[in-house]
Ligand binder design. Structure first.
Ligand code: CIR
Length: 279
């Protein structure tokens, strides 16, 4: 039986206006509004029965609220990632203790590897990983090593010009993805037989949706996509995240979702020597 549903989130930093920006121009970020939108996001998770932990350890880090980038959570293991930008690396130190409480064994990406959770999209037994400005070949190699015992197919996808794979592509069910073909390579998905939907041309950022249980969350900035998915029969919920979008974040970035397990999982028996992903 699955354990309680836990969502780790982090309160937006008072320094969020100094966040990293790679492709967007800096534009007036309203911290009060960011706090309200974050609270509403957490409320919406609670309404679905998730135990939401709102962390506040990393207030000095402008990008602290984008917790998705700090870890990859799978039923068998949790991989603590290593950011592609130096300004975000310290965020992992505080997160580690919260991840350790979730149950699955913790492994970590080590230098010179870099990998961010925003580049990792799991759809059933396939793990797509973006080759982006934040995730390098060594990070991907370590991800492959970490996942090797568990039978996932790891598939690399070229990303750009967008921050992460999940900026450009997310799954809305196990066979259907939303993908912006200007921002990532569509071929690996087509080759594997996925139905590929593209966001409306006027909403290029709309491919970042959050699939959670039977719902698909769409940013309220993307009403046309919301209408199209509703028309196709998806249970769409819209969420306002304008202030996070100004920081190049989307719906997936704001949480790490996990079923907390109290029991030993098979991978708990990994030898201590295997707890980094180097070999
Ligand atoms: C950054 O550049 O790291 C943040 N400003 C935005 C991170 C967004 N995270 C994500 O898409 N997973």
């Amino acid at each position: 039986m699955l354990g309680p549903k836990v969502a780790l989130t982090h309160r937006p930093s008072p320094r969020m206006a100094q966040c990293e920006l790679t492709f967007l121009e800096r534009s007036g970020l309203d911290l009060t509004r960011a706090a309200q939108q974050h609270a509403a996001y957490c409320r919406q998770l609670r309404q679905l029965g998730w135990q939401v932990e709102v962390l506040d350890d990393n207030a000095p880090y402008p990008d602290a609220c984008f917790v998705e980038d700090l870890a990859v959570i799978l039923p068998e293991l949790i991989l603590l990632t290593r950011s592609g930008v130096a300004s975000r690396r310290g965020e992992s130190i505080a997160l580690r203790k919260h991840l350790q409480k979730l149950g699955p064994p913790l492994l970590e990406i080590t230098a010179p590897g870099t990998l961010e959770g925003g580049d990792v999209l799991r759809v059933a037994n396939t793990v797509f990983v973006g080759r982006s400005t934040r995730t390098n070949p060594e990070g991907i190699r370590q991800l492959r090593v970490a996942l090797r015992p568990f039978g996932y197919e790891v598939v690399e996808v070229d990303v750009g010009p967008s921050l992460h794979l999940k900026t450009a592509c997310t799954a809305i069910d196990d066979r259907t993805v939303l993908l912006n073909p200007d921002w990532c390579d569509i071929q690996p998905l087509l080759k594997r037989g996925y139905v590929v939907l593209t966001p409306p041309p006027s909403e290029p950022f709309a491919a970042n949706t959050l699939r959670i249980e039977s719902q698909v969350w769409v940013s309220a900035s993307h009403p046309q996509l919301a209408a199209e998915l509703t028309e196709r029969g998806y249970d769409v919920r819209t969420v306002e995240i304008t202030e996070f979008e100004k920081a190049e974040g989307g719906l997936t970035c704001l949480s790490l979702l996990c079923h907390r397990s109290g029991r030993e999982s098979p991978s708990t028996r990994l030898a201590a020597a295997e707890r980094t992903c180097q070999s």
